[in-house]
Design a protein around this ligand. Sequence first.
Ligand code: IVH
Length: 426
Amino acid sequence: MISVKEAASRIDKLRDEINFHNQQYHVYDEPRIPDSEYDRLMLELQSLESDFPDLITPESPTQRVGGAPLEGFDTVKHRLPMLSLDNAFNAAELEDFDRRVRERLELADDESIAYVAEPKLDGLAVNLRYEQGRLVLAATRGDGASGEDVTSNVRTISAIPLRLLGTDYPAVLEVRGEVFMPKAGFEKLNERARKADGKTFVNPRNAAAGSLRQLDPRITTTRPLTFYCYGFGEIDPAPIGETQSDSILRLRQWGLPVSPELQVVQGAQGCIDYYEKIAVRRDGLEYDIDGVVYKVDRLSRQKTLGFVSRAPRWAIAYKFPAQSADGVRKPIRVSGGAHRCECGGSSAACFVGGVTVSNATLHNMDEGRTQDAGDDTVFVRRSGDVFRGRACSRWYPAVTRKVALPANCPVYPVRIAPARHHESTV
Ligand code: IVH
């Protein structure tokens, strides 16, 4: 057996290596070693720690899950309130926001504002508090003034460092960001649930919320949660940068993940261009987003602008149109012939993705899933916003008289799920 001194030095080295590879993976999306090698490092660390339990520290990468389930969550008062955001729903509202900001800052007409733009993640806001580089507290937003202590659960999220890297971090650093579940992990989780007890989550956001509010961290650790930072709470000594973008980017050096989509854009037009680009890519992103958030980049300007009630004057969320009519099952009439089918009818009108669909016309899709049309309440869902405001008016060849319920219409992105009630004629 090796000496305590040798073990301590090897343990330190292994922890540094593991933390470095975590940063490569979660922060830079550039893993340097295969998973098998990473697992080997973890196993060696675990085995040394079990031989030398006195050398275990709470920040060791092996110590993400610990202790028994909680009875309940403690309430935590936020040192600085966790604000909410005002929304814009169209380009004109975004331009109004930019105009108000410029007026308040008394800028000349030819001076444009730099904004940080990043996706609005669809998860849960948390505040992480690091003291001397150690994660000491994680709390949900709650009502903005106080939230719940979810430290034990947050510690299980491998994207969140238990210890900051480097040495130049402030003694107190509170970062704010979103805990969320990527789409692929969500699908897998539901697949697993279907096989086990059948209880599935409606969407990744609910799955993330349910997982973070688990009283047993051993369950949370099996949930594919991840995290991006987008803001700050208390910092001491402050500041860590002159601008929002500098400050956020410093977090990466300390091992904290930031959205790779973050960009600095100029003026209202820059914001709108960014929105359009992200809207097109939205479905291809690995996680759900429900809009774009813009923040005045210069921190001195943020300070001048301040906030009203619960939202800062220096930030705004430009929301995508409501994406789905989730949960609304509409009785519809299905009619069709040998070459087409139409799902629609008096009661099928629903508000989906910013438009009212009163007569959804559907591609006759997947031949393998042909379903008797006598059985149909359809569930209509838009899955993208690039087609915003455009109704689908095209007809597609159908295979049989039976209405095959499509997974997706290729032109107008509605999704149909087979349904139970019916009111159909075919
Ligand atoms: S900034 C003072 N940035 O949106 C600024 N929020 O509607 C406060 N959210 O509670 C938040 N992605 O849960 C910001 N990139 C992002 C965000 C984001 C998602 C959520 C967050 C917040 C809510 C406000």
